[in-house]
Ligand binder design. Sequence first.
Ligand code: SF4
Length: 378
Amino acid sequence: MAGIYLHIPFCKKACHYCNFHFSTQTKHIDAFVTAVLKEIELQKGYLNEPVQTIYFGGGTPSLLEPSQLKQILEALYTHFEIAPAIECTLEANPDDIDATQLAAWKNMGINRLSIGIQSFQAPALNWMNRAHTIEQSHAAIELAHAAGFHNISIDLIYGTPSLSDAELMADLDWIEKYKINHVSCYALTVEDKTALKKMIAKAQIEAVNPEKQARHFEVLTERLQAMGMEHYEISNFAQPGHRSQHNSNYWSGIPYLGLGPSAHSFNQISRQWNIANNALYIQSATMGALNFEIEYLTEANQYNEYMMTQLRRLEGFDIDFVKTHFGNSYFEHTLQVMDTLHTKHYFMQVGNRFALTKEAKFLADGIASDFFILTMAQ
Ligand code: SF4
C-alpha cells in the first residue's frame, strides 16, 4: 500500500521561522491547480500498488477552495487505484477553518485534520508571525469536533524564547481539555535564509536556548504520555489507534508519490524531488513535462536512512533486519557503533530491537549520525 503527498505551496504570510517551500503570491493558486492536475496524469504510472493514504501538506492546503481540493481528489481517484478505506489528511490553519469549509472537506472524504495551532499563547504566535489568533485556534478545534472530525492532530512549537514553562503547561492543558488524539511537537530551529535567523544575527530578538528546549521536550513528553499518548516517533504523540498512517508509512520505507513543487517521491530504488519554484513547476507541468531531480539509493544510503528513521521511532531498529537485509559488514558496523555508545545508556533492548531511552530521544538525530556510513550519491 502506497501514499500520495500533495504539496500546496501557498501561505497568507511568512512565519518567521519557516524554510518550507511556499509563496505568498496566492493569485497563482488557479494556475497551480491546473498544473498539479496535469502532474497527476503524468505520474499515474509511478506507484505499482494501491494507495492507502493521501496527505495534503504545504504551505497551507486549507487556502485552496473546497472545489479545487475536490478536483484534485477526483483526479487521484481517476488515475490511481485508491484503497477502499484510506486515511486522507488535510493540513489546515485555524484562520481558514469554519463550519462551511469543514462540511465541504468532510463530504469530499477528508477524514483527518492536522491543524497548525503552534501555541495557544498570543505572545508566542506574534513572535512567530503566525497569521491566526488564539481565538481562531479555539474556534477551529471546537468547530472541527462539532463537524464530526474525530481524527485531529495539532502542531505545537516548543522552545521559543517567548514561551515560558508555565505557558507550555497551559498549552498542554488545552490539549488535554480538547481530548486531542495526535500531537506533533517541533523544537524551534533556526534555519538558514529565514527572517528568524536574520533577526537573531542582528540581535533584534533573543536567541534560542538549547537547555530550555531540552526542558520543554522533557515536560511535554511526560505530560502527553500521562494523558495516555504513545510517543511513537520523536516529534509525534498519539492516543492508541491514532498514529498518522501516512507518516508511519514514510518511516517504514513504503513507496510514496509527491506532487507539487518541492515534493519528494520514493519508490524504494530512488528518491526524486520536484523543482522548488512555483513558476517553473507550473510552466513545466502545464506543458506536459515533469521537472525533478533524482537520486538512486545506494545500499549505504538505504542503511543510513533505515537507522535515521528507526531510531526516531518508539520501536527502534531491528538488529536482525540489519543483518539479513544489509549483510554482515553492516551488522558488524552497527554492533561496533553500539559498543562505543553503550556506556552512555542510550539504548534499551526489546527482543531484536534497540530503541532510544527517554534521556537519549532528544539527541536522536546526533546518535543516528554516529551510525552513518559515508556515501556518494549515484
Ligand atoms: S503557515 Fe506553515 S508553511 Fe506557511 S509560512 Fe507558516 S509555517 Fe511555513
